[in-house]
Design a binder for this molecule. Structure first.
Ligand SMILES: [Zn+2]
Length: 424
């Protein structure tokens, strides 16, 4: 195949993307774990997850694409290339959802990948490299914590043995749930973890409001902002609500709320552009009764920013601020997780940007506020993401909603980019 032909062929593949077929695939998947409120509950490695995998495998069989699984249960659907020895182009996302999840988070990236394979078939276009669609295991991390298990295992970031022993709230281990999930795809070839990948591209709903607010159809994702999570433990003394004077108290709850306010004010003062994401999502108190001064308070801090220097500068200020506001209580600040910002660059990013431009969609370059499997893949190979709008930016919510035309637009960009990458 000459490089001269390729732009025309990429147009043909993009043109073969079928909006109504793509929508029908979403409707089919939304019925697996569908909730009365119109959302989806398809927890990782559940019976619903297994059923979704069974459906994908059936679609693969219809088209004679091969199906494989690895030791953490990542599912791969492969459309063979002219040279099977070349590292493939991989696209996909995840099938699992939050307990009150929506119909698009994750599953869109998998179904967009399937639609790309169907479009390649329908346009009768071969590629030099194989194209594989992946469904990563347990991205969400709500049944088995932490999430991103599939992509972290694939990228060698965490050891599978430590994942397999993780248990859910009912004492079921990942190993047990995985065994029954894999029963759903008995014909799948077993393959070892990880292999060379030429490029990875993940399509996803934005999960934020920027595309809709700015009237754009496509977000060309520049990277994933860094995240730092901390826990703050404050210790004071229990005291009687009626007899202890203000000056005698060591009130852990009051100290914790002062710390929260002071950290929030610090961020406000040094982030006029409102780019820092700061969340105190959890607060626990003991003894947590109305007539006793709290002796213990525990809260979480989640800080995110696309610039590591900004994020780490802020994180460094947290402990001093907590000490300033402790008011005689003891305070302990612990950092429990840190993921530096990911930048998407190189051939995958370039292909997505070029595909978006040549399809003529209104687009912006933007960082991702949420974490995705592409963060792990970016450590292995050139990686990129394509965002499409979701209504009101609502996600991780049963009300999550996206327009068929936008989903198709993102898939056409994906089809164009994947076709280019599979021939370079
Ligand atoms: Zn997702």
């Amino acid at each position: 195949m000459s490089t001269v032909d390729r732009p025309g062929l990429s147009d043909s593949v993009a043109a073969a993307v079928d909006e109504s077929r793509l929508w029908a695939a979403h409707v089919a998947l939304a019925s697996i774990g569908g909730t009365p409120a119109g959302g989806v509950c398809r927890l990782a490695l559940s019976a619903e997850d297994a059923e979704a995998r069974r459906l994908l495998a059936a679609w693969a069989r219809e088209r004679q694409w091969s199906v494989a699984v690895d030791p953490i249960g990542n599912l791969f659907i492969r459309r063979e290339g002219q040279d099977p020895r070349l590292p493939p182009v991989v696209t996909g996302s995840h099938l699992d959802t939050q307990p009150t999840g929506g119909r698009f988070d994750g599953v869109y990236g998998v179904l967009a990948g399937i639609e790309v394979l169907r479009a390649l078939d329908d346009a009768r276009i071969g590629t030099q490299r194989a194209v594989e669609v992946v469904a990563w295991t347990n991205e969400e991390g709500c049944r088995f914590s932490p999430g991103m298990m599939g992509s972290e295992a694939f990228a060698g970031i965490r050891d599978v043995a430590t994942m397999l022993v993780v248990q859910d709230a009912n004492g079921v281990s990942v190993a047990e749930a995985l065994a029954s999930t894999l029963d759903a795809t008995p014909d799948a070839t077993r393959r070892p973890l990880g292999f060379p990948v030429h490029a990875y591209v993940e399509a996803h709903i934005e999960q934020g409001p920027e595309l809709e607010r700015t009237g754009n159809t496509i977000g060309v994702v520049t990277g994933i902002q860094g995240t730092c999570r901390l826990r703050v433990e404050v210790r004071g003394d229990e005291a009687h609500a009626g007899t202890s004077r203000r000056g005698q108290r060591r009130d852990a709850l009051l100290a914790a709320t002062r710390m929260i306010q002071a950290i929030e004010q610090h961020v406000e003062s040094c982030d006029p552009a409102d780019d820092v994401r700061l969340t105190f999502g959890m607060l626990k108190v003991k003894p947590n009764v109305p007539s006793v001064v709290a002796s213990w308070a525990y809260f979480s801090i989640d800080v995110r920013h696309a610039d590591d220097d900004v994020m780490l500068g802020l994180v460094a200020r947290i402990e001093p601020i907590c000490r300033e506001q402790a008011g005689g209580c003891d305070v302990k600040v612990t950092e429990i997780q840190r993921a530096l910002a990911t930048r998407f660059e190189g051939r995958a990013f370039d292909a997505v940007l070029a595909a978006t431009r040549s399809r003529g969609y209104r687009h912006i370059a933007m960082p991702s506020g949420a974490g995705h499997d592409a963060r792990q893949m970016a450590q292995l190979c050139p990686s990129a993401m394509v965002f499409v709008p979701c209504a009101g930016g609502v996600s991780h919510n049963e009300a999550e909603s996206a327009e068929p035309a936008d989903l198709a637009a993102g898939t056409r960009v994906l089809a164009h980019a994947v076709h280019e990458l599979a021939n370079t």
